[in-house]
Design a protein around this ligand. Structure first.
Ligand SMILES: Nc1ncnc2c1ncn2[C@@H]1O[C@H](COP(=O)(O)OP(=O)(O)OP(=O)(O)O)[C@@H](O)[C@H]1O
Ligand SMILES: [Mg+2]
Length: 434
């Protein structure tokens, strides 16, 4: 907007009396201001709309539309409402100041004119108008500055959110990692000597059995006390049960051992720089950790995990972070499967496939579930921090945004999602080899 120069103002004079018009216009134009003239209300409004004067001197008593009506009309129109209006009135008009001002006029001048007074009043109002315009310009500039600052602030806020996310992520990772590594370490030592001793125990029991067999062979008719005791402890039954017991204990120990190993692979707390890593090992240890959920206690049927592992090279990465991504995505799949309505008789599956992309020198991991799927509107938001559709207290809405950050920012890879509502959801993870 241009700053208004009140020394080069346009003034519209409205009066039905030619003598008044002449006196006023001669005086006013002698000061260098431009004059426009109208002799009645209607043409005054027309001119004002067309020429947009900087000030209007408006006679009150006119045939047809009087000054008050004219002023009221001017104030109704957006183009002319800001133009200051000064009423010209004979003292005998019983000029009602209040009425005059209430129509929106800024001042009034009484006839017969004191020309000096007229000029001074015009000058004052032009100056006021000029200042008002300047103020408007400054206001607009201020608005613009406020807008710019707001934009800067919202960028800062966004950055803050991001760094908060980073913090939460590393906090979550290290807390989980430490816990898991600690538990795995604590379990591992006693487990190792239980496994070691179990092997001895096993061979001792075999030896005992052999010894009893020999005894029985050479002394088939023991004294009555022994026969009695043999019956009491159901020795025959024991012989039968012992191998089963031993094998069951062995299965349990092997499983604890595998879990403890997986926990260690999963946390990899010892490594905080990039290192070569076997993606399949990461996937398997994640599945092991989630195995209690995959068994489907929370579901009508258990979840079938189908692995389609390709022949892929190891990659250089932060293993504990990559495992965290697998964990987030597979846990989401389990959630999506458990939200599926019971009457859908389809088998619950999670398909995990890996392949090597020769062209990009990258690994692609695809994790697909046949859970509830997502509508487009939700798909658009799932990577936003704190976006969740899960009930309060269940989801933080951070899983996928952290995962995307891990894959795309920390590993220069890509994390994408494709989903069909009520059918399936598929996540593609692409990680470059280096
Ligand atoms: N496999 C999936 N099937 C259907 N919806 C999914 C799937 N994975 C993610 N979503 C949707 O994306 C949203 C965001 O997932 P995200 O993992 O970021 O957060 P969350 O699982 O809600 O909470 P948390 O932080 O505990 O992981 C979920 O709330 C869910 O609506
Ligand atoms: Mg999640």
């Amino acid at each position: 907007m241009k700053i208004f120069n009140y020394e080069k103002a346009n003034i519209l004079i409205v009066d039905d009396n030619p003598t008044n018009l002449k006196v006023l216009s001669d005086t006013i134009s002698s000061l260098g201001w431009e004059i426009l003239i109208a002799t009645d209300g209607e043409s005054a409004i027309e001119q004002a709309e067309y020429a947009l004067p900087d000030l209007i001197l408006l006679d009150v008593m006119m045939p047809g539309m009087d000054g008050f009506q004219t002023c009221t009309e001017l104030k109704k129109k957006s183009a002319t409402q800001d133009i200051p209006v000064i009423f010209l009135t004979a003292l005998t008009d019983q000029f009602d100041k209040v009425l005059g001002f209430s129509t929106g006029a800024v001042d009034y001048i009484t006839k017969p004119f004191q020309l000096d007074e007229v000029l001074v009043r015009i000058q004052v109002h032009l100056k006021l108008r000029s200042l008002t315009k300047q103020l408007e310009v400054q206001n607009q500039e201020l608005d613009k500055r406020v807008e710019e600052r707001t934009k800067e602030l919202s960028i800062t806020l966004e950055q803050l959110k991001q760094s908060q996310l980073h913090l939460v992520q590393s906090e979550k990772l290290s807390a989980l990692g430490e816990l898991v590594a600690g538990v795995s370490h604590e379990i591992n030592n006693p487990l190792n000597f239980v496994i070691g001793n179990f092997e001895f125990l096993n061979s001792y029991i075999t030896a005992f059995k052999e010894h009893f067999r020999l005894y029985h062979q050479h002394y088939p008719d023991p004294v009555i006390d022994i026969t009695e005791h043999t019956r009491l402890i159901e020795l025959e039954q024991m012989y039968e049960d012992i191998p089963k017991l031993m094998s069951s204990i062995n299965t349990g120990l092997t499983r604890i051992h595998a879990i403890s190993d997986s926990l260690r692979t999963f946390s990899r707390l010892d490594i905080s720089r990039k290192t070569v890593f076997d993606i399949h090992e990461g996937l398997d240890s994640t599945l092991m950790i989630l195995s209690h959920r995959l068994k489907g206690n929370e579901l009508p049927s258990k979840i079938e995990v189908i692995k389609d592992y390709g022949n892929i090279p190891q990659i250089e990465c932060y293993p504990e972070q990559i495992n965290q991504v697998f964990m987030n995505i597979i846990a989401n799949s389990i959630d999506a499967l458990s939200e599926k309505s019971v009457d859908i008789k389809k088998m619950n599956t999670i398909l995990i496939s890996t392949e090597f992309n020769q062209e990009n020198k990258s690994i692609i991991v695809t994790i697909k579930d046949n859970g509830i799927g997502m509508p487009i509107e939700i798909q658009k938001q799932i990577f936003e921090p704190f976006f969740t559709t899960k009930p309060r207290g269940k989801g933080t809405g951070l899983g996928l945004s952290i995962s995307r950050q891990i894959i795309e920012e920390n590993h220069n890879g890509k994390l994408r999602c494709a989903s069909v509502l009520n059918e399936s959801t598929q996540f593609f993870i692409e990680i470059p080899l280096k």
